[in-house]
Design a protein around this ligand. Structure first.
Ligand SMILES: *Cc1c(COP(=O)(O)O)cnc(C)c1O
Length: 409
């Protein structure tokens, strides 16, 4: 067995997929921006070119920089193959278009990423896919939702923004019996914290725009799993959908992956510390962090996750007061959308607004959703800054919002 095959996470993150460049001996990955690749009469087999890795034709179908990143991601996820997209949403869309057809049922988490809910609810339903949003943390609800037309169960673990977990091993046992495929969006866990394929999932999806790229400066998405299944997604939908990752973004993400294990240690340590700080504050009504004993699925987190993860969410007695106080002081935490970058970002995720653009759940299911989310949560993605600076800003914001002496009349 080669040293590469025996190597561990941190080594793989640096080395997998990019040995020194054979034509120049350059050690750092070489970016290859070419759209077109020379061929010979009778040899332009496009499909073959896209998979061969050494023979390319047109960069929408595959390019050398993307191929290096595919190999690196497959190595750290423990997957046979990976295929890349321009964004996480293109990856999600490609998987669903590949695995579903008119008349089929999709069972999907009722509290996941809004973008996924939007394509599922807004687009797939127009193509006569029977979309059934369920609480995928509830195994019996999932079992009841699966019928013989169900071809996909799509879950997120932890979910964005509520950090709800899906019990991947148990769900895999259920889908295996029914013949449906289990797809896990593992963006919040990264390949280093949860390994869905080892737990029995059929496919893993990542937004590379988040922790894997890690610097908030590149967009990408990936689908990983068995070689045959991943290659079908690449050939049937990926190439035709045209959501190809650019060589430059693939190169940036390749560089980002090298420090993923190191960055993640800092993200997770900061998330754990801020979760404890928030939990101790009297005006914080709820902290959702899988690493806290108070998380409703903490026991599952211990089984399924290497640690509590890099993301948390919290509620306060008055979101308006917190939001105003946050806007009034300077500090490293930026109010902004997205997550998984070196800088800390926080965003209010309003339950009523989210429901409007996503599934508009029936009353009983909405009540269960609200039991987690309340009127909404602040989603916090701690960066890799010094914890003292983050703690100081968060504590000051809470004090200004809730305990400052009101001005005398
Ligand atoms: C951001 C995100 C996506 C979509 O990724 P993009 O790269 O922004 O398209 C999908 N799933 C989850 C859980 C995300 O956080």
């Amino acid at each position: 067995m080669s040293w590469q095959a025996r190597s561990r996470d941190r080594t793989r993150a640096v080395h997998a997929g990019s040995p020194p460049d054979p034509s120049t001996n350059a050690i750092a990955p070489v970016i290859s921006p070419a759209v077109n690749f020379a061929s010979r009469y009778g040899e332009l087999g496009l499909s073959a070119a896209a998979t061969a890795g050494s023979a390319y034709a047109y960069s929408r179908e595959g390019h050398p920089t993307g191929h290096m990143l595919e190999q690196r991601l497959a190595a750290i996820e423990g997957a046979e193959d990976a295929t890349l997209f321009a964004t996480g949403m293109a990856a999600v869309t490609a998987v669903l278009l590949q695995l579903l057809s008119a008349g089929a049922r999709l069972v999907v988490s009722d509290s996941g990423y809004a973008g996924t809910a939007e394509i599922v609810r807004g687009t797939l339903r127009r193509f006569d896919v029977d979309v059934l949003p369920v609480d995928t943390a509830d195994l019996s609800a999932v079992e009841a939702a699966i019928d013989d037309r169900t071809s996909v169960v799509f879950v997120e673990s932890p979910s964005n923004p509520l950090t709800k977990l899906a019990d991947i091993a148990s769900l895999a046992a259920i889908t295996r019996r029914s013949g449906a495929l289990l797809v896990v969006d593992s963006t919040f866990a990264t390949p280093l914290i949860t390994r869905p394929l080892d737990l029995g999932a059929d496919l893993v999806v990542h937004s590379l725009s988040k922790f894997i790229g890690g610097h908030g400066d590149a967009l990408g998405g990936a689908v990983l799993g068995r070689a045959e299944l991943v290659d079908r997604i690449r050939q049937d939908v990926g190439i035709r959908l045209g959501g190809a990752i650019s060589p430059f973004d693939a190169w940036l993400i390749l560089r980002g992956v090298e420090t993923l294990p190191l960055r993640l240690d800092a993200h997770v340590a900061n998330a754990r510390a801020l979760a404890s700080l928030l939990e101790a504050h009297p005006f914080v009504t709820r902290v959702l962090y899988p690493g806290l004993v108070s998380h409703p699925q903490h026991e599952l987190a211990v089984r399924q996750m290497a640690n509590g993860g890099p993301m948390l969410a919290f509620s306060v007695t008055s979101p308006d007061a917190f939001g105003a106080a946050l806007g009034a002081i300077d500090g490293p935490i930026t109010y902004a959308t997205s997550l998984g970058l070196t800088r800390s970002v926080v965003l209010w995720c309003d339950t009523a607004e989210l429901q409007e653009t996503t599934y508009q759940l029936p009353p009983a299911q909405l009540a269960a959703y609200r039991a987690w989310a309340g009127d909404g949560v602040f989603r916090l993605s701690p960066g890799i800054e010094d914890i003292s600076d983050l703690s100081e800003q968060l504590a000051t914001t809470l004090d200004n919002a809730f305990t400052a002496t009101p001005p005398s009349p």
